[in-house]
Ligand binder design. Structure first.
Ligand SMILES: *[C@@H]1O[C@H](CO)[C@@H](O)[C@H](O)[C@H]1NC(C)=O
Length: 238
């Protein structure tokens, strides 16, 4: 479940304790006392490089970064709406899907690796099909239902989904799920999201701006409120 199901997110506590930590570190001489405390992260990150699927035209002028977790109930709620909005705007909007497997969803990282295998060894269509399957059968990989399952058994469930989406042999999929490059793709996707200040799913960034008004409960009309003015502006400028 995403952060939005928590009605009482303890922001003041977070603020106070990190302030305390910062002053402790400062006192201990961890930060230079002159000006900027931290340099920007050194990862060579570009949005498209760390997306699992990209749709639409990179020259469209309106781009949406979707941060999702395939094991998140709120992302599952948002998925049909996102698909409808994609159809409505067709190629006028570029969509980049970034995976942000939340640590409290025990199997989220494995399920995210499945999407990378489907995209890398299948194609974008296969990856989107895999996501459809993952959302539809999300309950099978929930914390509750996998309590008594081994890591390998969960890998088997994910491998079956990838097989169904791509047509690849089950054993081939299992080997690919264990590849270092597949693991790394999800790690970098996660790091990319954290650098963009993402802390839950689904979260949406439109033209580099985080849009707090869009979440798992948004409908197509909510999306239109944000996208229509941008597209009108693009049309005027071109
Ligand atoms: C994508 O993969 C699917 C399933 O493997 C296949 O049926 C389809 O033809 C592929 N599409 C393209 C555009 O290559």
């Amino acid at each position: 479940m995403g952060y939005r199901t928590r009605t009482m997110f303890p922001w003041p506590l977070v603020g106070r304790s990190s302030l305390l930590l910062a002053s402790l570190l400062l006192a201990a001489g961890h930060f230079p006392r002159t000006g900027v405390a931290t340099a920007p992260p050194a990862l060579p990150l570009s949005a498209s490089e760390y997306s699992v699927v990209t749709l639409g035209d990179s020259s469209s002028g309106v781009d949406v970064d979707v941060f999702l977790d395939l094991v998140c109930i709120d992302t599952k709620k948002a998925w049909p709406v996102i698909k409808q909005v994609i159809q409505t705007y067709d190629r006028a909007v570029q969509w980049r899907f970034h995976q942000f497997p939340l640590p409290y969803h025990t199997n989220a990282f494995m399920v995210a690796k499945g999407a990378v295998v489907a995209a890398t060894y299948g194609n974008d269509t296969a990856a989107l099909r895999y996501m459809d399957i993952a959302f539809a059968r999300q309950i099978q990989v929930s914390n509750e239902l996998t309590q008594g399952m081994t890591y390998k058994a969960v890998e088997g469930v994910v491998a079956a989904w990838v097989q169904e989406a791509t047509g690849l042999e089950r054993e081939v999929v299992r080997r690919k799920l264990q590849e270092g490059g597949v693991e790394e793709a999800v790690r970098f996707s996660f790091k990319y999201a954290t650098i963009r200040s993402i802390f839950g799913t689904p979260m949406f960034v439109i033209n580099q701006m985080l849009v707090p008004g869009l979440d798992g409960g948004s409908d197509v009309m909510d999306w239109e409120e944000y996208l229509a003015p941008l597209l009108t502006q693009m049309a005027r400028e071109s």
